[in-house]
Design a protein around this ligand. Structure first.
Ligand code: ATP
Length: 305
């Protein structure tokens, strides 16, 4: 009998979009995007342990909102990888969840990428990186970036990645009560665009934003942050405007809705400013919790056992 395999734990970061440019709805309902992703030091950990069948558990402040069935992106990742390898997905996946759920920080995508890497390592498959990225793209538009981390421009539906340069930046995130459904925010984006009757330009990465990101100058980056989904998220959740204002009054250099929201992101000058802005946001009563993080953070990484 062979020795039981040791569990494999993968740490995976959340993301913030420093630019999210959204094109008009395509005939298939998706939108072309120019998405500048930045991985931040707010992590989930996924541990894969050999088991008789595929099972999932989850712990953390939002654990009760995480599905534990086959709709969990971590479970889907294990199933797709096992099917490709012609083996059974006989694994227990434990998610230690720290990334806000349905918060626009790609938490589910992060767990999908982490489970993929953890199972690949546990099962000794050594799947080539390019194939892992293909499976990530099959799982969802944000999943490839969770595997890669750092800073990248995503085009297409956001899944075609080109790495970009990024200096160090400091962030505060305000976690809202309840989530926002990403498809609902895109539908609201379409509704607002139709009501305004304006032509939506092709989404393009902003050269000024990419230069600011590479420079590491937080004032410059703050002046170029842009999220085309922000108006739609604010339309569905008007009280987020109070959270954004509270963070700026508290000393943030700039504020924006993270992805499809409702988490809000605050760019700050340094760690000291981060602590002040987090305290101001908590005192304002306009959010459920705050998290302090820095960027860029590495992508999904196997932790030493
Ligand atoms: P994105 O930023 O990629 O749009 P998000 O951060 O807004 O995503 P997620 O935390 O990924 O949202 O959760 C969206 C939904 O996905 C949840 O409401 C949940 O039902 C489902 N889901 C599936 N797998 C997971 C997972 N591992 N963790 C959290 N949610 C998951």
């Amino acid at each position: 009998m062979s020795a039981p395999q040791a569990p494999v734990t993968v740490r995976v970061p959340a993301k913030v979009n420093v630019q999210l440019a959204v094109g008009a709805a395509r005939p298939d309902g998706f939108h072309d995007l120019a998405n500048v992703f930045l991985a931040v030091s707010l992590y989930d950990e996924v541990t894969a342990t050999p088991a008789d069948a595929l099972t999932i558990t989850c712990t953390g402040p939002d654990a009760d909102q995480v599905p534990l069935d086959r709709s969990n992106l971590a479970a889907r990742a294990a199933e797709i990888l096992a099917a490709r390898a012609g083996i059974e997905p006989a694994v227990h996946l434990h998610i230690a969840k720290n990334i806000p759920v349905a918060g626009g920080m790609a938490g589910g995508s992060a767990d999908g990428a982490a489970a993929l890497l953890a199972c690949d390592t546990l099962w000794g498959l050594n799947t080539p990186r390019a194939e892992l990225l293909d499976i990530c793209a099959e799982l969802g538009s944000d999943v490839p970036f969770s595997l890669v981390g750092g800073a990248a421009l995503g085009t297409g539906r956001g899944e075609l990645l080109t790495p970009v340069g990024a200096g160090t930046f400091h962030w505060v995130f305000a976690v809202a009560d309840g989530g926002l459904s990403t498809p609902a925010v895109f539908r609201e984006f379409d509704r607002l665009a139709e009501a305004a009757g304006t032509r939506i330009p092709e989404p393009e990465a902003s050269p000024a934003l990419l230069a600011a990101l590479a420079s590491g100058d937080a004032d410059r980056l703050g002046a170029t942050l842009a999220n085309d989904l922000q108006a739609a998220a604010l339309s569905l959740r008007p009280q987020l405007a109070r959270t954004l204002a509270a963070g700026v009054e508290g000393g943030a250099l700039a504020a924006l809705v993270s992805g499809s929201g409702p988490t809000t992101a605050f760019l700050v000058a340094d760690e000291e400013a981060a602590a002040k802005v987090a305290a101001a946001l908590e005192a304002s009563g306009t959010c459920r919790a705050t998290r302090v993080a820095s960027s860029p953070a590495p992508g999904a990484t196997v932790l030493p056992s």
